[in-house]
Design a protein around this ligand. Structure first.
Ligand SMILES: Nc1ncnc2c1ncn2[C@@H]1O[C@H](COP(=O)(O)OP(=O)(O)OP(=O)(O)O)[C@@H](O)[C@H]1O
Ligand SMILES: [Mg+2]
Length: 253
């Protein structure tokens, strides 16, 4: 039995494909399964996890690294902010100018502390293949690649998958997220698989398009924690639940 938690990075080949919302939704579902979850906001310059959840915070990833380098670091929990009894957040820097000062060499330390304190560590990122994100992708247990049915996104995903295959990554799952651009139907599922040259493991359907997404975000809510969610989003709720249990069961053997 693995006593350490599982680290899962949510990434993509293009911006605005639903990474942040999906990260929050997966956190909510792990809470339903009574797992202790940490969300790390590694979208350092543009991150919005704390803002989306209406969380006020004093310390961010920047303070953690700064304190560590100055021998001021004591407890990992001093740097996280609580959302509810199951979900904590390690926020991205308040001031985006601090984001460039976080050396990727500390990613391993942060992830190590995180998996020692939580069952599940969800890492939100941006889609840029820079040193920071590549190091993160190298160090996590699982990668979730989100792709929409947008042709430009699909073209970019084809390149990203080719790179992942080139470096022999096998720990990724691909999610087609139809809920962000529900009106786009240029390519079929079959087409998309052929273009990106890999399997699509899960589909979040256009039925999961949330008309009230802005209200949800303004109220700091996680939709998968809504008691009506299992009925309202029956098929997509089941898909997402299947995804998170698959990820968990694959790691905890
Ligand atoms: N299920 C959904 N229904 C309706 N709108 C959605 C849904 N999921 C995401 N969105 C909207 O799509 C936009 C992009 O979502 P999100 O911010 O999660 O993407 P992202 O991949 O994290 O973007 P970035 O690359 O900028 O970090 C947001 O405006 C969000 O409100
Ligand atoms: Mg985002």
């Amino acid at each position: 039995m693995n006593t350490k938690g599982i680290s899962i990075c949510i990434t993509s080949a293009k911006g605005g494909v639903g990474k942040t919302i999906t990260t929050l939704n997966l956190a909510g579902l792990y809470e339903v399964l009574q797992k202790k979850v940490l969300i790390i906001d590694f979208d350092l310059a543009g991150g919005g996890i704390a803002a989306a959840l209406n969380l006020a915070f004093n310390k961010s990833i920047y303070n953690l690294v700064l304190d560590y380098t100055n021998n001021q670091y004591k407890n990992f929990k001093d740097y996280v902010v609580k959302y509810d009894n199951y979900i904590d957040v390690l926020a991205s820097p308040k001031d985006p100018r601090e984001s460039g000062k976080i050396d990727p060499k500390y990613i391993e330390l942060i992830l190590d502390k995180a998996v020692n304190n939580y069952d599940i560590v969800l890492i939100d990122t941006n889609h840029v293949l820079d040193e920071f994100n590549i190091s993160t992708m190298d160090l996590v247990d699982k990668l979730l690649l989100l792709v929409t049915n947008d042709p430009l996104d699909i073209k970019n995903m084809r390149n990203l998958i080719a790179i992942l295959k080139d470096v022999n990554y096998q720990n990724y799952k691909v999610i087609l997220n139809e809920s962000v651009l529900p009106f786009k139907k240029y390519f079929s599922l079959y087409d998309i698989k052929n273009i990106i040259r890999t399997n699509i493991d899960y589909v979040i359907s256009k039925n999961f398009y949330l008309k009230n997404i802005d209200t949800i975000v303004m109220n700091g809510k996680i939709i998968t924690l809504d008691s009506k969610a299992p009925n309202v989003f029956s098929k997509d709720y089941t898909t997402l639940m299947q995804l998170i249990t698959d990820l968990y069961n694959e790691e905890v053997k």
